[in-house]
Design a protein around this ligand. Structure first.
Ligand code: AMP
Length: 282
């Protein structure tokens, strides 16, 4: 595996691969890799001739009061993980090259970013779409793989690609969970033991919702109340949002007719966690 830090070198490598008719699969990450990232990487190595993984903690998606500085980083172990996974290129640009002083161009997806995480993190999606667009321009992937753990982000990226006629296929992959059910996240490393037990309430709440809907519950109000009750049973969990919404446009639902997204964001201590589940009503 080759490590590339220079944007120009990354561009050259990609253009050469494409001119040799080799397909490029791409996984964008902020590092501190876990099995969730690896499921995307594995699919890419199976489906594409080459796989590029970026490790870049993207400053523009964090607001000043958020956890950019304390976001976990471990480039040495990431490198070993990527080598073992059969990745061709680890792309690890530095912030100053990526966002030089005069940087002033952003891309924004409008409606879909006004809901869920977009409410409490107003800069987040603008930062995400900008970094992804830049990475796509540099790497020119044929296919890019994203996790359904960040369901809204996946839909926002799909929307940008569609609206801006970008030549890349977007593939979404299911949430990978730890043995105890907690959705894997680099941020889980910042949880203490007791915070981790509190975090499991997110998983439990989503499982309870699935059971309730299977048994016939269709009121979104009742479902939100049940989630709130489950999570607030544990001290130290502060709910950011509980949403029962349309999985594509994120409009809140009052009744569950067919398919809804149940999405949660909860602060546990200083760590903000998200999780979601698609619920289908028969
Ligand atoms: P991150 O490093 O957190 O920015 O995530 C990079 C990519 O990995 C995104 O597409 C995430 O949705 C995906 N990802 C992160 N955690 C998981 C998980 N537990 N299961 C599946 N995909 C994940």
């Amino acid at each position: 595996m080759k490590t590339i830090t220079s944007i120009e070198e990354m561009k050259k490598w990609s253009r050469l691969a494409l001119s040799n008719n080799k397909s490029i699969g791409f996984v964008a990450t902020m590092g501190c890799l876990h099995e969730g990232h690896l499921s995307l990487i594995k699919t890419s190595t199976e489906e594409c001739d080459n796989t590029v993984v970026s490790i870049f903690v993207n400053q523009t998606q964090f607001s000043p009061e958020e956890d950019f500085d304390s976001y976990p980083r471990n480039i040495k172990s990431d490198k070993l993980i990527l080598q073992t996974a059969g990745v061709d290129i680890m792309f690890n640009p530095n912030q100053k090259d990526f966002y030089p002083e005069e940087f002033q161009s952003f891309v924004t997806v409008e409606k879909k970013t006004n809901y869920l995480c977009g409410v409490s993190r107003p800069r987040f999606f603008r930062g995400v779409t900008t970094v992804i667009l830049k990475l796509f321009n540099i790497i020119k992937p044929n296919t890019a793989y994203f996790g359904e753990k960040d369901w809204q982000q996946l839909q926002v990226v799909r929307t940008m690609v569609r609206d801006l006629n970008m030549d890349v296929s977007i593939v979404g992959k299911p949430i990978v969970r730890d043995k105890d059910g907690l959705a894997m996240s680099s941020r889980n490393l910042n949880l203490s033991k007791s915070e981790r037990r509190t975090a499991l309430k997110l998983t439990q709440a989503l499982e309870i919702v699935q059971t309730l809907v299977t048994k016939g519950e269709s009121s979104a109000v009742n479902i939100r109340a049940k989630i709130q009750e489950t999570i607030e049973k544990k001290q130290g969990a502060k709910i950011d949002y509980i949403s029962v919404c349309d999985p594509e446009n994120f409009k809140e639902q009052t009744e569950i007719h067919s398919r809804v997204l149940v999405a949660l964001a909860v602060r546990i201590g200083t760590t903000r966690l998200i999780d979601n589940r698609i619920i289908e009503k028969n």
